[in-house]
Design a protein around this ligand. Structure first.
Ligand code: GUN
Length: 261
């Protein structure tokens, strides 16, 4: 809904991935001035449509819309993003839940480089958003990591970083995390997506950078995700995974084991 330029790019990438996976998608684009009742009525219809197994409302929504009310209107078993409070609550108490796509993708990346056993590792999550930071911390806790949460108001972020075997940065501050803060050999996942101001003489937007200073950090880290091209494609893959798992549950078929955290 609306005309957020970043959302347009994200939605296009999601549609391309769905098409490549031969998953059918239904695109509903609403003008920015649409009222909340119209949006809620659409979600209600999709909740009851047996051809639809997963629903995603791209955020941010225009100002007149109560985002929490919209997310709460999505049937929890069709909640492809895992943003419904029922799914957030299930994740928080360690029960099977639809897990938000970005942290789910981060967990898959971590297991890819570190193996399935993450028990006992020191994990630092920087950022406390409901989309990334909080569910990421819950997933790492469920994987038996020792989890610390930091955020933009943490007093000594450099000191917190020095202890982390796993560092997930999702704070939205361009290149905040310096190479010298990182424990040698740590696995660094950079969820940040920040557009720098255009350099002198450049037309258009500036460079896209993460929350970590990549050039510095890559010399110290054991593994690190680039921005762009690291976490973003993994997030989209996890959206397909969540939708496939939802379709299996709704049609009484077994959910593939690797679709679950
Ligand atoms: N806006 C930014 N990230 C996301 C996401 O993961 N899902 C949705 N629905 N909107 C977003």
């Amino acid at each position: 809904m609306g005309d957020d330029p970043a959302s347009a790019v994200y939605v296009r990438n999601k549609e391309r991935a769905l098409e490549a996976a031969a998953m059918r998608s239904f695109d509903h684009r609403l003008p920015a001035a649409t009222d909340q009742a119209t949006l809620l009525a659409l979600i209600g219809r999709l909740n009851h449509d047996p051809a639809v197994h997963g629903i995603l409302v791209q955020l941010p929504l225009p100002r007149q819309i109560d985002t929490a009310a919209v997310l709460a209107a999505i049937a929890p078993d069709k909640d492809a993003d895992g943003f419904h409070v029922t799914n957030a609550g299930l994740l928080a108490v360690g029960r099977p839940a639809v897990v938000p796509c970005t942290p789910l993708g981060c967990l898959m990346l971590l297991r890819h480089v570190l193996g399935p056993g993450l028990a006992g590792r020191q994990a630092l999550v920087i950022g406390r958003s409901t989309i990334v930071g909080r569910p990421m911390a819950q997933l790492l806790l469920a994987a038996d990591c020792t989890v610390t949460m930091a955020h933009s108001r943490t007093r000594d972020l450099a000191e917190a970083c020095r202890h982390a075997d796993i560092l997930v940065a999702a704070v939205g501050r361009p290149e905040l995390i310096r190479g010298a803060w990182i424990k040698p050999g740590a696995v660094v996942i950079d969820v940040g997506m920040n557009r720098l101001p255009p350099a002198c003489g450049d037309s258009g937007g500036g460079r896209l950078v993460g929350d970590v200073n990549f050039a510095e950090a890559r010399a110290v880290a054991g593994a690190i995700t680039p921005v762009p091209g690291g976490v973003g494609p993994m997030t989209i893959a996890c959206l397909l995974v969540n939708t496939l798992a939802a379709a299996c549950r709704q049609t009484g078929q077994p959910v593939p084991a690797d679709a679950m955290p």
